[in-house]
Design a protein around this ligand. Structure first.
Ligand code: DAH
Length: 333
């Protein structure tokens, strides 16, 4: 045996041992690929060792060739084995990290809910819808005609005063009540009608505990043959009881240009009478304005402030709380 031969043999043996050791210690698939290149690649250790074969006798070459093959296979086997082990470990780790423990306490996320004004409106509407009423709406920017004129409110009526009404530069105005919806609806529909009309209204009021410049009203209107003040009273009573439960109410004679007779309704709250709505029998002039024959039809109407109802419903001392978006307040409802 020549020295070169035994030299090559021992180099191959070292290579094999070395490779098997480092491959077994590899910690990632990337590292493993580096090792494959290092040992078995074109410019890897095995090729380098085999480069020395040129110096061997032709007779000795097959022996080294066979040995080299065996080393190559052994290193390849080590690589394969380690690769499967690393891949299995990787899947294991992934499964582990993606496991969902359904018994763990969840993360609390605060949930929004309906604003007390909205829920008051919804509650009132539900009651009237239950009584056969249909929801109607109208614009917040109104003409003088719908807000006043057609509602039998003469030009010299104090409600038309600049001090009460927001007039717009173009002569229109921001509606001061939802009664304007009565006219718009009657113009486009024939009796019998029963509508409930919620919406925002505007007044030049100084803001205090019971007044805001923008607030909400709900209007109801019923027109049919033979409706009487008794129907109005019954409807209001049923509504207020559905809203607040059994509670003392009283009707007080009052005046509104668009109703005759007119009344205001008070509710007993915290030991005193609180005015909650205006109402009355629709004035014949209003029916005439929309082309209804007042000899055939009669109607009743009512309008009430939503803030006031919410105040009673939720025992609020100051309605401004409904508007300043203080979550400590709003979360209570
Ligand atoms: N529009 C009146 C107001 O804002 C409330 C009102 C009173 C409405 C009597 C009506 C009614 O429909 O009949 O003060």
């Amino acid at each position: 045996m020549t020295t070169q031969l035994s030299d090559l043999e021992s180099q191959l043996a070292t290579l094999k041992q070395d490779a098997q050791q480092t491959v077994a210690d590899a910690n990632s698939l990337e590292e493993l690929e580096q090792l494959r290149l290092k040992y078995l690649g074109k410019k890897g250790s095995l090729s380098q060792v085999l480069g020395g074969m040129g110096k061997l006798d032709a007779a000795e070459r097959p022996r080294i060739g066979a040995l080299a093959n065996e080393v190559k296979e052994a290193v390849q086997a080590a690589l394969d084995q380690r690769r499967s082990a690393l891949q299995a470990a990787k899947i294991e780790a992934q499964l582990e990290s993606e496991t969902l423990d359904v018994t763990m306490p969840g993360v609390y996320r605060p949930q929004g809910h309906t604003h007390p004004l909205t829920s008051t409106i919804e509650r009132a509407i539900d009651i009237f819808v239950g009584l056969g009423y249909t929801v109607a709406e109208g614009p917040e920017m109104e003409t003088d005609y719908y807000n006043f004129e057609a509602l039998n409110t003469p030009a010299d009526h104090p409600a038309r005063d600049m001090a009460d009404t927001f007039y717009l530069p173009d002569g229109n105005l921001l509606r001061t009540h939802t009664s304007s919806v009565q006219i718009r609806y009657m113009e486009n529909n024939e009796p019998p009608i029963r509508i409930v009309a919620p919406g925002r209204v505007y007044r030049r009021d100084t803001v205090d505990a019971t007044h805001t410049a923008v607030f909400h009203q709900i209007e109801i209107l019923a027109v049919d043959e033979g409706l009487t003040f008794t129907d109005l009273k019954g409807t209001i009573k049923v509504f207020l009881e559905a809203m607040f439960g059994e509670c003392p109410i009283r009707f007080r004679p009052s005046f509104f240009p668009f109703t005759e007779p007119s009344a205001e309704v008070d509710l007993q709250w915290r030991g005193r009478w609180l005015e909650v709505m205006g109402c009355g029998m629709v004035d014949p002039n209003v029916l005439k304005a929309v082309g209804y024959d007042p000899e055939v039809y009669t109607g009743f109407a009512a309008g009430f402030g939503v803030e006031r109802l919410a105040q009673v419903l939720h025992q609020l001392d100051d309605i401004r709380r409904l508007y300043n978006s203080d979550l400590r307040f709003l979360r209570q409802f």
